[in-house]
Design a binder for this molecule. Structure first.
Ligand code: GLY
Length: 278
């Protein structure tokens, strides 16, 4: 399985309740809903118009303020989609619309029904070879075990996450063998744990800002390696590091309003590969 292959993306619109009711780990100021909607609109257009993905846009629902962060409610790999049991009880009903969209895409949908399990997709890092699952306030061991049971062909290792919302709050993939990681002590500690648990040696790209380490890597036919990363206005020093990636098409994406409620770039889409198999 190569990481970054993708033909479809599920996104979900921002409801009016977003600015007042979306969960947040800290007070980062008032969310400007109009600006958050513009950020998501540009993100959506980028995936659809510039990168050629087929977009499935789910409707906003005022009773689900965090629903635009669709990544948390499903983990999709090959033909299988695991619909999660999100760690925050207020987010559990987000799964219904996403489940239906995944079924409509003819994926083999597995539901996490165990009431002792919790898993947010933001805690799931797939490297192309194996999974790392963050054990956080949102994801527990039972959730990670169900993921391992669902994707039996891949090793699953658990990584404690203490100081951030999710594992991918400070890391992501930037290429088939390349992990981007933030510089904070907790991020570096998590990377060390991942290195110790894997028998594969990954390359790493260390960026000064943890939040900038959440990128979207895509491998698009005709375009090659594509990296969506946070904008230079937000993280200028980290962008200087990305600019060293000479083989990638680098695309800066503004995300400052969504970030106020812990939204990062990967949070806002579920990426799915429906390419015909060779
Ligand atoms: N606001 C994103 C989350 O807490 O799940």
């Amino acid at each position: 399985m190569s990481v970054g292959r993708c033909t479809h993306a599920i996104v979900r619109s921002i409801p009016d309740s977003f600015s007042q009711q979306a969960l947040r780990t800290m007070d980062s100021g008032q969310v400007d809903t109009a600006r958050a909607r513009r950020e998501l609109e540009l993100y959506t257009r980028l995936l659809r118009d510039k990168l050629g993905l087929q977009l499935i846009q789910l409707e906003a629902d005022d009773s689900m303020p965090d629903a635009p962060f669709v990544e948390d409610v499903a983990v999709v790999l090959n033909e299988t989609a695991l619909v999660t049991r999100p760690g925050a009880p207020s987010r559990r009903k987000e799964v219904e619309a996403v489940k239906k969209a995944l079924q409509d895409l003819q994926l083999n949908v597995v539901e996490m029904t165990d009431e002792n399990a919790t898993l947010d997709g933001g805690d799931v890092l797939f490297t192309g070879r194996e999974f790392f699952v963050g054990l956080s306030k949102r994801t527990n061991q039972r959730g990670a075990e169900i993921l391992a049971d669902t994707f039996k062909d891949y090793a699953v290792s658990m990584v404690p996450v203490c100081d951030s919302l999710h594992l991918k709050s400070f890391c992501s993939m930037a290429g088939p063998n390349l992990i981007v990681i933030g510089s904070s002590e907790p991020a570096q500690k998590a990377l060390k744990t991942m290195q110790q648990m894997s028998d594969h040696r990954y390359d790493k790209l260390t960026v000064p800002d943890d939040a900038a380490a959440n990128c979207i890597y895509l491998n698009i036919p005709g375009k090659g390696h594509v990296l969506l990363h946070r904008a230079p206005e937000e993280f200028p020093e980290s962008v200087k590091v990305f600019e060293k990636l000479k083989d990638h098409m680098l695309i800066p994406v503004a995300n400052s309003e969504l970030a106020k409620v812990d939204g990062c770039l990967t949070c806002c889409s579920i990426l799915i590969d429906k390419s015909p198999s060779l």
